[in-house]
Design a binder for this molecule. Structure first.
Ligand code: ATP
Length: 435
């Protein structure tokens, strides 16, 4: 895949209503994006796939939905006020800023001008609480969802009577005033995270870190990502963040190069200890068997919804030649595909349309799938449109349906093979193919 392919994907995402630049009619706001009708479905499916595997299918995980605004002291305790800085250099000529670790040498990558010394720049967005803008009313938009979990550790543990090892999972918005932008939705200023804080007895930290590395990599593969484009990169000790006892990144080979899609960090007891000290409230767990209080250690698998979605989108994108014609197809995993089934009359004909509407009611009535009806343009163009948005199955109503056999065809997105199925068997057949 080349940079060209990336352009094709961005263009498809816009043309088909997956992703738009934010405030586009005003010229667009950098590094913020809006999800259109198919994008919002894909995004919900990505979150659902994560929530299902990590919360519903496990008995050692519970969910949480904490507020975006938190007591500002939280960010002092977490180290974000002090430490959440990127060293920046500025070009003395064109005044563009770059992350110091992203430029080589002393020259501006844009205009070759001279760069300043590196300066720290905090990535948190500041806002004020209440009507008066004064020092005491400062708050931050959270730059990660993790801290909402740590400060609720005691609440969740006592109300659910959980015993480590157990985890708390959360999906929610996060905000970072990123300096380096670009690469579509890979790096945004407003994005969403899916984070797990998994609390374990200290001596089990390493083995749980290994477990989560494997489980999270397997999740991407389970939902169809090509394993040859995925890799696990363990950070060198000197690369580790202040809190971390070991961090591994899951990386994907995007058209613009390898990029981190998820971090799996062993955070030790750093966060609970910090919040215990800053809040003055005990955050230890009392182990009745050992008769001792201890601070659990934490393993944190943290992934961006948008980066995961970009991974699925890029990995699913394919252009191929079929019978001398070019076709673009999104080979999305069926659980992620925005539309599961499209119902299409062969043409907009007075006999076919009512029958197709009947079939639509049957399929939609099943309640499990997002189903689309389309009768505009030629059937070939409609198939190609469904291929481009990744719809796994198309159901077509033709004259044979109304005049002869009360059966329809089901067309498979990937093989383009068509099978004929009596309407009375349609739901069973679709269920088989979608499960
Ligand atoms: P990077 O080095 O790319 O800035 P990071 O190491 O700061 O990322 P983490 O703080 O570990 O990222 O955040 C965990 C996950 O959240 C990342 O793996 C990524 O999927 C997602 N994420 C972080 N920053 C952004 C962003 N600006 N836009 C979209 N997703 C993001």
């Amino acid at each position: 895949m080349s940079a060209d392919d990336m352009e094709q994907i961005v263009s498809l995402a816009k043309r088909r209503g997956f992703i738009f630049q934010s405030s586009e009619i005003y010229g667009g706001l950098a590094s913020t994006y809006d999800y259109g009708p198919y994008g919002v479905e894909l995004r919900r499916n990505v979150k659902e796939a994560w929530w299902r595997e990590n919360v519903r299918e496990r008995d050692d995980m519970v969910g949480l939905d904490a507020a975006i605004l938190m007591d500002p002291e939280v960010w002092v305790a977490s180290g974000h006020v002090e430490g959440f800085n990127d060293p920046l250099v500025e070009c003395k000529n064109c005044h563009q800023r770059f992350r110091a670790d992203h430029v080589e040498g002393k020259a501006c990558p844009e205009c070759s001008g001279e760069l300043t010394e590196a300066r720290q720049f905090n990535l948190m967005f500041k806002t004020t609480l209440g009507p008066v803008e004064e020092e005491g009313s400062i708050a931050y938009l959270r730059p990660e969802t993790a801290q909402g979990i740590f400060v609720n550790f005691a609440n969740v543990q006592t109300t659910t009577r959980r015993k480590p090892p157990f985890g708390i999972a959360q999906i929610g918005k996060a905000f970072r005033n990123e300096i380096t932008t670009g690469n579509f939705i890979f790096r945004m200023r407003e994005f969403e995270q899916m984070e797990i804080e998994f609390f374990v007895p200290p001596e089990e930290g390493l083995s749980w870190h290994a477990h989560w590395k494997e489980a999270r990599l397997a999740w991407f593969e389970r939902f169809g990502v090509n394993p040859r484009k995925l890799r696990m990169r363990d950070h060198d000790p000197e690369e580790l963040a202040h809190y971390s006892q070991g961090t591994s990144d899951i990386e994907y080979e995007f058209p613009f190069g390898w990029g981190e899609i998820e971090g799996v960090a062993h955070r030790g007891d750093f966060d609970l200890r910090q919040h215990q000290e800053h809040s003055g409230k005990p955050l230890t767990y009392f182990d009745p068997e050992k008769n001792e209080h201890y601070l659990p250690h934490v393993i944190e698998p943290s992934v961006g919804v948008d980066r995961a979605l970009l991974t699925f989108l890029v990995d699913a994108y394919e252009e191929e030649e079929v019978r001398d014609e070019k076709r673009t197809v999104l080979r999305l995993h069926k659980d992620l595909a925005p539309i599961k089934v499209a119902v299409l009359p062969l043409s907009r004909n007075e006999k076919l349309v009512p029958k197709a509407r009947e079939v639509l009611d049957i399929v939609r009535g099943n309640g499990a799938w997002f189903v689309e009806y389309d009768d505009a343009q030629s059937i070939g163009r409609r198939y190609r449109r469904q291929d481009e948005i990744g719809t796994p199955l198309c159901v077509t109503v033709d004259f044979q349906t109304v005049e002869e056999d009360n059966a329809v065809t089901i067309r498979d997105r990937d093989t383009m093979e068509q099978i004929r199925v009596p309407i009375s068997n349609l739901l069973t057949s679709l269920s088989d193919q979608l499960s």
